[in-house]
Design a protein. Structure first.
Length: 158
């Protein structure tokens, strides 16, 4: 009696191996895309934190403007006061608000409270009754279902 020995792969085995490889490669590509999206979102968060701290430092550098109430309601839509290079404390506060809001728009893009990317930006400074200020910076974060609104809030006492 002779034994017939078969060797090699059948076509079905080869197709199953290719299918497993393809699924693995798609999974790796998906992980790479998620990693890149998270990296971008972390960068946007870092920029928002830095921008909020920048405005806090601008305010601390202008105590006369703070006492005069020039920073009490920064909305992000301030106009350039055109006082450079020499500004009064109130003009400096207006210039700070203008430059800061422009920096937020450039660094983070547009965002509004409804989550729509419409070219506006949430960059607010509000005075609180206890003498502190709240700085809020908002931006659109990349999510699996498109852009999602996110914000960073810094509360500080000058």
């Amino acid at each position: 009696m002779s034994l017939n020995r078969e060797s090699g792969f059948t076509m079905i085995e080869l197709l199953v191996a290719l299918l497993i490889l393809a699924v693995g490669l798609l999974g790796m590509a998906s992980l790479q895309a998620v990693g890149m999206r998270q990296t971008i979102n972390a960068q946007l968060t870092s920029q928002a934190v830095n921008l909020a701290r920048d405005m806090a430092e601008r305010m601390r550098a202008n105590p006369v403007g703070i006492k005069a109430g020039a920073y009490d309601a920064v909305t992000g839509s301030e106009q350039d006061p055109g006082c450079q290079p020499v500004c009064s404390p109130l003009q400096q506060a207006a210039l700070d608000a203008f430059e800061w809001a422009d920096g937020v728009r450039r660094a983070l893009g547009g965002y509004d409270d409804s989550g729509n990317d419409n070219g506006t930006v949430v960059s607010l400074v509000t005075a609180n009754a206890d003498g502190t200020f709240t700085i809020r910076v908002g931006w659109n974060e990349l999510g699996e279902e498109g852009a999602q609104g996110n914000s960073f809030v810094l509360r500080f006492q000058p």
